[in-house]
Design a protein around this ligand. Structure first.
Ligand SMILES: *Cc1c(COP(=O)(O)O)cnc(C)c1O
Length: 358
């Protein structure tokens, strides 16, 4: 690819417009999202004794640092096309960051409802700095989403949560990119499951690419919920979901049916991982392969570790995993869980040499 081409990635809508519900008249609101790296994680696999290929779809490198940008470029572009002036969403943080950024570009008002006190600091910073009207409710994500649905029914605001079908349409482009990058579809795809929009979207994307012969197979979809917020695994909504992985701290997923269909149709698997397992995977991938992700993203890697231990990944398999958001979104957890602290010494060469053991 020429350098010129690399600089001209047009964002996911223009890149994949043949596969998306847009027309010549759709005003495209983009920040150049998508085209994120697919990073091989050899050291991680070696460290868990695996004999398969693992590729991390590093979605933290999107413009607002999570995969939510793929869905939001679609949702805001379509809202603009339909003449909306105010968009609204409930969010554990990343949807609000993306909505606020794309709404700002589209010159729309954006209202975000977040659970008070349960949002990573970087995500709060984003919503505030992009200029959205930020409302922190004394309740959890599920309660925020119920209020947003009710407000949507007034017809005065456009809801840009993943109950908006255009969000799913945009998010499915991640599967297209993975197939384009690998030159084939993977055998397994691992991802975290919260509101379950993304697993629904990825499966839709893989099926569509396969049906037009742009890929040669369909992956098995492996989804992972946090043990304290595992309604799909446990088979019932969770009243008080709780997990360190705030992006998947959801007790009643909007796309529950979509997730179940993806798992059933792909001969996939859904399971839960504890916060301990999530944080161990979170730390492992940072130290083994230099990839930092937020705790929710590490749920997919905790899933890889678990599935490998259970003998579910045959040798030689090609495995992909979604690294859904950037680790710097949540610096509090990064510092708390790193397990290292800076060593403070006097400002001399000798003192530094002593620390390194030279
Ligand atoms: C939104 C989000 C998830 C969960 O995705 P769903 O589509 O709600 O299942 C996981 N990780 C991160 C970082 C997210 O922002």
């Amino acid at each position: 690819m020429s350098a010129d081409k690399l600089q001209n990635w047009p964002g996911v809508i223009r890149q994949y417009q043949r596969h998306l519900p847009v027309t010549e008249d759709t005003p495209i609101v983009t920040l150049g999202e998508g085209n994120t790296p697919l990073v091989p994680a050899h050291n991680f696999v070696e460290s868990i004794g695996g004999k398969f290929e693992l590729h991390l779809k590093y979605e933290g490198l999107n413009p607002t640092c999570s995969f939510k940008d793929r869905g939001m470029t679609m949702a805001i572009s379509k809202a603009k096309e339909n003449g909306a002036e105010v968009v609204i969403c409930a969010s554990t943080g990343n949807t609000s960051a993306a909505a606020a950024a794309y709404a700002a570009r589209a010159k729309m008002q954006c209202v975000v409802l977040i659970p008070n006190g349960n949002i990573a600091v970087g995500k709060l910073a984003q919503a505030l700095l992009y200029g959205s009207t930020t409302v922190a409710i004394e309740g959890n994500f599920d309660e925020a989403l119920r209020i947003v649905r009710e407000l949507g029914e007034t017809g005065k605001v456009e809801v840009v949560n993943s109950i908006n079908p255009f969000r799913i349409e945009g998010q499915k482009t991640a599967s297209f990119e993975i197939c384009d990058q690998l030159g084939r579809a993977p055998d397994f795809h691992f991802l975290p499951v919260g509101n379950a929009g993304n697993i629904t979207a990825y499966w839709k994307g893989y099926k569509e690419y396969f049906s037009v012969k742009l890929s040669d197979r369909l992956p098995r979809m492996f989804g992972y919920q946090a043990a304290g917020a595992a309604p799909i695994v446990d088979g019932a909504p969770v009243e008080q979901p709780n997990t360190v992985a705030t992006a998947i701290r959801i007790g009643n997923p909007a796309s529950w049916d979509g997730a179940q269909a993806a798992i059933a149709e792909s001969n996939g698997h859904i399971n839960k991982v504890t916060d301990e397992e999530i944080l161990a995977a979170y730390k492992r991938v940072a130290t083994s392969d230099g990839v930092i992700v937020e705790p929710a993203s590490a749920a997919s890697l905790a899933g890889v570790i678990k599935a490998n231990a259970e003998g579910m990944i045959p040798d030689g398999s090609v495995v992909t995993a979604t690294m859904s958001g950037h680790g710097l979104k949540d610096p509090d957890n990064a510092i708390k869980n790193a397990g290292f602290e800076p060593t403070v010494v006097e400002a001399t060469r000798e003192a530094v040499m002593k620390v390194i053991g030279l």
